[in-house]
Design a protein around this ligand. Structure first.
Ligand code: ADP
Ligand code: MG
Length: 402
């Protein structure tokens, strides 16, 4: 028997107890855990964490704060009409008494040390839902984690940041998490909060840290994986620790490591490739790829096509998608790279699309993306570079069948 099952070790989408890897940020030579801990210990400051999707923002908070002290809400939770503090009170099951007490006070109820003359300031100070929540959080050493802040309705974001600004002065501990290039201006660009923010920017994962997930995980299962194969896994994980966790889990299941306890080493490159393919099966990109490959409506005009062998006829949009999928796996692809890759696909076929034609095709695809829902936001075209925003999408292009 192995000490653990593979699904206890590799945890895509959950807290990775056995494969948690700590990283040092490039902007500042300390680990993210250390920085978050320091930020939370700085009273009067709000912590703002920004980073690409699935880079470990939530897991970082869970690691540092611990589940029992963490109260998590998302921007979505603030879509209703309830006031900010009521939403938070509801989350922790705290009944806000506000009005009831208020009336009693006015009716002249005596509370030790309160005179008639300062009772109204007492009311304001202590009897609002907000103060009850702050009190409750402080007493129980709770930290509010406001995840996916960008999902909160824009018109309430400013009020939320105003409420938080006031609360942090009373030792309330809060973290706001959002994606880069998304609306968290209400926090980071809010003059009221300037000088009161601890900023943590989570960077994409590098090969070495990704490798550590695989090596640590397989070692926990008493299995060796050599550096070359670990590097292969890391490169295909495309900066995503979640993808690394998924691939390692697929690989464990394919090799049936939980049953085949005599396996002590991963040696076969083909097993990895099979694990990549197996991992794409659960990814929801089939329709998205189809939509992006078909490009904008043609309005009856025929698009130029190219015969690329084995009877396959492709147009510029098919070519673009095929080009993204080629080696090397990268989340940063320049227009020149795309051109070189398309030339590679077309080899000696005459009339290859030029830079301008490729550029306008990319712009068309970007406009399809812009006009579609959140799951379509797979890349962003800016200054002649395609930035892959969703590594899982690129992984699907490389290994999925569509
Ligand atoms: N420090 C880490 N070490 C190992 N795996 C991690 C780490 N951070 C994240 N992961 C993996 O990535 C997944 C997504 O992390 P998560 O915190 O939910 O991302 P985010 O909140 O940034 O979208 C986790 O469930 C886990 O599988
Ligand atoms: Mg998260």
């Amino acid at each position: 028997m192995r000490k653990y099952l593979s699904n206890e070790v590799f945890k895509p989408g959950a807290f990775p107890k056995h494969t948690y890897i700590s990283r040092v940020s490039s902007e500042f030579a300390y680990t993210y855990e250390f920085r978050l801990k320091q930020a939370l210990n700085t009273s009067g400051f709000l912590t703002s964490i920004i980073g690409p999707s699935k880079t470990g923002k939530t897991v970082l908070c869970e690691k540092v704060i611990g589940l029992e002290n963490l109260v998590s809400l998302t921007g979505n939770d603030f879509k209703g009409a309830l006031p900010f503090w009521t939403t938070i009170a509801n989350r922790v099951g705290l009944a806000i008494e506000g009005e009831q007490l208020h009336t009693n006070m006015v009716a002249g109820e005596r509370i030790e040390g309160i005179t008639e003359s300062n009772s109204s300031s007492f009311r304001e100070k202590y009897l609002t839902g907000k103060d009850q929540v702050i009190d409750y959080f402080n007493k129980n050493k709770l930290v509010l984690v406001l995840d996916d802040f960008h999902y909160a309705p824009e018109e309430t974001q400013l009020d939320m940041s105003y409420q938080l600004k006031d609360a942090i002065r009373k030792e309330f501990k809060a973290i706001v998490i959002s994606l880069p290039h998304r609306a968290d201006d209400a926090i980071r660009k809010n003059a009221d909060l300037s000088g009161r923010l601890s900023l943590i920017n989570i960077e994409p994962w590098q090969i070495d840290s990704l490798k550590e997930i695989a090596i640590t995980g397989f070692n926990t299962l008493d299995i060796n994986i050599n550096d070359e194969l670990a590097t292969f896994l890391a490169a295909e994980s495309l900066t995503s620790p979640q993808l690394m966790q998924s691939i390692c889990l697929s690989l464990s299941l394919l090799l049936d490591l939980d049953t085949n306890i005599e396996i002590q080493e991963i040696t076969n490159r083909n097993d990895l490739i099979n694990a990549f393919k197996a991992t794409t099966i659960n990814l929801p990109y089939k329709d998205i790829v189809k939509r992006l490959k078909s490009g904008p409506p043609t309005r009856g005009q025929q698009r130029k096509t190219y015969s690329i062998g084995s009877g396959e006829e492709v147009d510029i949009y098919d070519l673009l998608i095929k080009a993204l999928a080629l080696d090397p796996p990268s989340t940063y692809i320049t227009l020149d790279d795309v051109k070189v890759r398309i030339d590679r696909i077309l080899r000696d076929i005459p009339g290859k699309p030029d830079r301008n034609k490729i550029k306008s095709a990319i712009e068309q695809v970007q406009s399809i993306i812009n006009n579609s829902e959140a799951i379509y936001q797979v890349f962003e075209w800016k200054d002649d570079v395609i930035y892959i925003l969703d590594p899982l999408f690129l992984f699907y292009l490389r290994w999925g069948s569509y």
